[in-house]
Design a protein around this ligand. Structure first.
Ligand SMILES: [Zn+2]
Length: 215
């Protein structure tokens, strides 16, 4: 069973690709957004602490996030492929992630990074809408919602994020590229890095991904 970590800037379509792997190959999708929401609803004490940060759009401290992840991963089927999404955002989190996998008796098969040019990112983001409740993204050109303006999954009214505007997008993309470069270096040296050009269509990207992961 594969264990894969996915990363990419906003607009690279990584969530769409992970959704496809869930449908086609029954991957378990393991990300912190869903974890924070679910554990908060259940009244988890650490989730209440985490809420102080994520409700304000701040990053939750590493130790807290990974302490929650240790509990969260137990809910997933260990006989299936696991897709972690954006759970290593700093060099310090690499060791925490290694420890998490070790405690699950798994090892990382691939670090998949979706790369996207600045122009393409901006074109994508300007046509993007997002569900403020479940974080599902929609796109006027690539991924339309079924009922215009409302989330397919939960029915919440879709919004356009203020930071999806071109100037803010450029700043965010630069910050992303700066922070991910060192992380990519580590995983490249470990021989698990797969880089995917995120500019073709969803289907083309998906085919390249499946082929490179050897599924
Ligand atoms: Zn939704």
């Amino acid at each position: 069973m594969k264990t894969v970590l996915f990363h990419g800037p906003s607009g690279s379509g990584k969530d769409t690709q992970v959704d496809l792997l869930v449908k086609k190959y029954e991957f378990e999708n393991i990300g912190t957004g869903a974890m924070f929401r679910a554990m908060y609803k259940e009244g988890d004490i650490e989730a209440f602490k985490a809420y102080q940060y994520w409700s304000k759009g701040q990053f939750v401290p590493d130790e807290l996030t990974y302490s929650m992840l240790q509990k969260w991963v137990k809910r997933f089927d260990s006989e299936k492929h696991w897709a972690f999404v954006s759970v290593v955002r700093s060099l310090g989190q690499i060791e925490l992630f290694d420890n998490l996998l070790e405690s699950c008796e798994r090892s990382l098969d691939h670090f998949v990074h979706f790369t996207l040019s600045e122009e393409m990112a901006i074109e994508r983001m300007s046509l993007r809408k997002i569900c403020p409740y479940c974080d599902t993204t929609y796109h006027q050109k690539y991924k339309l919602e079924k009922v215009e303006g409302y989330c397919d999954k939960c029915g919440t009214k879709l919004i356009q994020r203020e930071d999806d505007q071109p100037d803010k997008m450029r700043i965010r993309l630069k910050e992303y590229n700066d922070s991910i470069a060192q992380i990519l270096k580590v995983y490249r040296e470990r021989g698990v890095l797969i880089e995917i050009d995120a500019s073709p269509t969803i289907e083309e990207i998906n085919q390249e991904l499946i082929q490179k992961m050897g599924l």
